[in-house]
Design a protein. Sequence first.
Length: 520
Amino acid sequence: MTVDTARAGHMLEQAHWAARGYSTFDAATVQRIVAAVADVAYANSQRYAEWAVQETEMGVVADKVRKNQACSKGLLEFYAGQDFVSPRVQVQQKMVQIPRPAGVVLAITPTTNPVASVYFKVLLSLMTRNAVVVAPHPRAKECCADAAGLLGRAAEEAGAPIGIVQVVDEPSIPLLTALMKDERTDVIVATGGSDVVRAAYSSGNPALGVGPGNVPVMVDHTADLKAAAERIVASKAFDNSVLCTNESVLVVEESVSSQLERAMAHAGAHVLDQESTDRLRSYMFFGGHLNTDVVGKDASWIAEQAGFRVTAKTRLLVAPIESVLPDDPMTHEKLSPVLALVRVPDVQRGIGACRAVVRIAGAGHSAAIHSEDPRTIMAFTAGVPVLRVAVNIGASTGCSGLGTNLAPSMTIGTGFVGGSSIGDNLEPAHLLNWAKIAYNADISAPMDSFAGLDPAHAPSGRTPAYPMASNATHSSISASALGARVEAAVSSRLPHGATEQFRDEIRQLVAEELSQLLKG
């Protein structure tokens, strides 16, 4: 047993304890806890937006504030009136459905949308009576650890069990691997690079992962070109394009291309010439792979690094290319305010070009179209293999549910075609199952009344803190008794022949928590 395995086991055991207690809470108590956490998260949106930009050197503070707000109070507003706690009695179907939380959620969060993802996954877990262990990206560990700790304290102060929200403050690959593979992890929600998602799916535990984005956007001759230009520029520049739903390749009909490009320039874009496009390609994809230095950076900074200049007010670099080909890296995801531009003779060629973009990368993810023709919109959606299409709105916010009625989400499912276990924007319903009581369908067979029956209840007091027994209190257990329990737990979990050094390391992991329990 390694130190990482021991640390992972300790966190998950405590989370499992908290989840068991929280799973019995009634709807009113859960709503109170969730509201308290959302309020605290919302109140700190600005502070964590600034912290995230400073720590990761990615994105735009004002846009991160919007995401943090959308993933705090915005979630409460969107799911207002929805109950993920109480039984559902369906008299006509002669069925009763009882929600069953997953248990312990391992929330892997990315560096691109760090705090918004912490907010989002913690609140969804709490809405569905799950405990959550947050595993942040190492480049965003400080702001994420602080945010998760703040939300956890708010939840506990509102009545949630101690340990309902935990965070890995020193992330490492061995520790993350131990957390993912441990049988006490009930579901992994993985947002990040392809390697992380693949590891989650191969962990042996249930996982909800997402595929990469590479969003095509098409503009046809029926579109409001001025509005389309403004929306595309604003969307691609939003948080410097770190959302996976941002536009990657713009496909436009030749008959309106010049007009659209002028409108985009007026909105803050800079359309490059051939020489600048070549310089940009060489800098961004040196060696054939994306230069991660550009991720989340300003357009003017990227241009300067590539060897040409644009004005400081430039929000977006538009790089014209001849066609969509896999060997042109500009047709791949760029996660920066750089947009490839392809001109096509007609709508059918445009749909084909967008389909080619998604085949290169991004299958099942997202696309956008600016058009006033419903037949074109229908043909586009049928022809491009994605599961969400934003119409006449920027893809960044439209496909993530921040500007449409899609579920607001920082985790975008890509479905079967994209190798994901979900096809929707992640929402609370994905973090629980429903146990179904099914009666005889024969109309002559009666169904009992379930009026007033609910296995959930308002807690009579705080759930005892791990590792106390459920009938123990702080005053009724001695330090020596608690120490004996820890010794027994350590001995039982260590493999035969483990050294005393490992025993001491595990004891140290729980020493601080035990001292806090005895002070209570």
